[in-house]
Design a protein around this ligand. Sequence first.
Ligand SMILES: C[S@@+](CC[C@H](N)C(=O)[O-])C[C@H]1O[C@@H](n2cnc3c(N)ncnc32)[C@H](O)[C@@H]1O
Length: 349
Amino acid sequence: MPVEPFGRLDNNPEIRQRLLPYCRLKSGDIWSDPVCGHKVGVLDAAKIDDVQKVFGEEKATLAVQDPPYNVAVGAENTDNLFKWNLQEYMAWSKRWIENNLKILSTDASIYIWLGADQREHFQPLPDFMIMMRDYAELASRSFITMRNQRGYGTQKNWMAVRQECLYYTKGNPIFNVDAEYTDIPKILRGYYKDVNGQKTENFERSKSENIRAGNVWVDIQQVFYRLQENVTGCYAQKPMKSIERIVKASSQEGDLITDFFAHSGTTLLVGELFKRRVYTFDIDPVFAELTIRRLEHFRKTGKTGFQCVNPFPEIADFVIERKQEELPKTLQNIQFKHQGISKNHNFNR
Ligand SMILES: C[S@@+](CC[C@H](N)C(=O)[O-])C[C@H]1O[C@@H](n2cnc3c(N)ncnc32)[C@H](O)[C@@H]1O
């Protein structure tokens, strides 16, 4: 039975509090999946005891990491959002990277999604890249940019539509070249190289009708509420297709992969779909619960997310009450918008 969705959890501390009693894990707990051997925990990526608790003696061949970027984007009220100073953020990043290195196998890949705050000298991306030079066991491999469809800052600046992902390797892990073709047809002809005195064309470069992904991804739909994979309450969900591309290129069936920042559980679900085992966790019990519920919901319904539906029917009545209370305010805002008045307009001026 569909129930009314709620908004982003970072904007709704009251809803988050209501969800906590329905989370099966508390801090330090780990859920072991009886079906495919995945694990989901409420753990801190920066604490080595937490990381070792989930891994024991096991090692992962692929890490897909999507930490908080220290960049506030899209929240209604950025005043309430926690932001580190850069030194603290970098010290924290060092801790979780070092913990990640301890649980990687001899030949492994690590992908790290990060942001650059254009209002603050592009922190933390360049600082992070420089920090990564300290780890001699890692080789830098690629700097991927994914294009979002929706951006911010359109009036006085270039619209910000990019997300960055750094790819490093340890040892000599696989890179499955066949996995990284897009759905985009090859349309540009062009000279490629001389073969026996004859110029070959771009089309002859490979058998595929489609172009290779390269390190600029423009073919991936950003997650928004109408997509089936949308998880109500999540505010930083990665599209499954982006994680699928990474998982297919840098791991094989049966591999153990990890994600220290589960949030909506995208890596777990992609692992489930492509027969990888996933050890994942989040510091917040609500996101760990959402991660488990998303997997269970998928197994029950075949759906990859909750689209516009509340994954916590336990608080359905409360969400509906809140919406009814907020309705007059929302209608007033629509009326102001219609009259060209911003909701932040100062009427006393
Ligand atoms: C950018 S989101 C990850 C999004 C995820 N890739 C997805 O597709 O849903 C970052 C997550 O990291 C979690 N987090 C923040 N600090 C953490 C820590 N020290 N350890 C583990 N998780 C943490 C946050 O609660 C948040 O859910």
